[in-house]
Write a protein of this length. Structure first.
Length: 64
């Protein structure tokens, strides 16, 4: 869900551990970030998971 006009984070940190948001919220966040992403073509949410993990990895390394 958008926060202040910015798409929700795909992953968030809680008590020092990386915790994923619900699969439904993660899929919605990926759809907001990548309009070409089609949840209907990704019934298990694996593509959304992969995109979210890639975004997290890049952000943690200050690449993107």
């Amino acid at each position: 869900m958008p926060v202040g006009g910015v798409p929700a984070e795909v992953l968030r940190e809680r008590n020092g551990n990386i915790m994923t948001i619900t699969k439904e919220d993660r899929t919605l966040a990926i759809k907001q970030i990548y309009p070409q992403y089609r949840p209907a073509d990704d019934p298990g949410g694996d593509v959304a998971d992969a995109l979210g993990l890639a975004r997290f990895w890049l952000r943690e390394r200050a690449i993107a």
